[in-house]
Design a protein around this ligand. Structure first.
Ligand code: ZN
Length: 201
């Protein structure tokens, strides 16, 4: 594939990518599940305390799920770069993942280092999945090693199906439903095992 698109400005590339039939990705569902898997491997949900006769308050019971939800959300955040027309640039990098982790570390005043690592890992899965995913519109791949390099990387593995952004096409729903079902089939079992496993041991 030629790299002549590399001379085009980011705004123009994002416009082309937004109008392309095939976009890179997995979907936000795939990204959220990936973030949950990587994050919970580092920051597993704690089993409920035993020995207490009183049923746990709802807030206590929901606490472990908040971490799971946070990790899923974090893994979707890199795609916010659509908002400022630099899709697949700085937010899709390991540098941004480290920055997200450092932000959590600062937020928790140095005490939440495990959560910070989990957030950095969840963010990194987005970079990994987009690197492994489908992409045939420029910029091809992700700026994975920013700020150390502004090179774009793409595995050419096409592991995840593309998500269509053309709702007027007949196959819009079928293509996206199939793509998302494949992601769920691949990623939901390990995510669920991690989310429920420790908690109910
Ligand atoms: Zn992305």
């Amino acid at each position: 594939m030629t790299n002549e698109w590399q001379g085009l400005p980011a705004r123009e590339l994002t416009r082309i990518a937004s109008s392309a039939y095939v976009a890179r990705m997995p979907s936000p569902v795939g990204h959220a599940l990936g973030g949950i898997i990587a994050g919970l491997l580092i920051h597993p949900p704690q089993p409920a305390a035993r020995g207490s006769a009183a049923p746990a308050a709802l807030a206590d019971r929901l606490r472990p799920w908040r971490t799971t939800a946070l990790l899923g959300l974090v893994a979707c955040l890199p795609d916010l770069d659509f908002l400022w027309a630099r899709h697949n640039y700085e937010t899709h990098s390991l540098g941004a993942a480290v920055a997200a982790g450092l932000l959590v570390l600062a937020w928790t005043r140095g005490r939440g280092w495990r959560l910070a690592l989990a957030v950095a890992a969840a963010w990194s899965t987005h970079v990994l999945f987009d690197w492994l995913g489908s992409d045939d519109s420029p910029p091809i791949g992700v700026m994975a090693l920013w700020p150390w390099s502004t090179e774009f990387y793409f595995a050419d593995a096409w592991l995840f199906d593309a998500i269509s952004r053309r709702p007027w096409r007949d196959d819009f729903i079928s293509q996206n439903v199939i793509a998302i079902l494949k992601e769920v089939a691949l990623l939901a079992p390990p995510a669920a095992a991690l989310a429920w496993g420790r908690r109910h041991r």
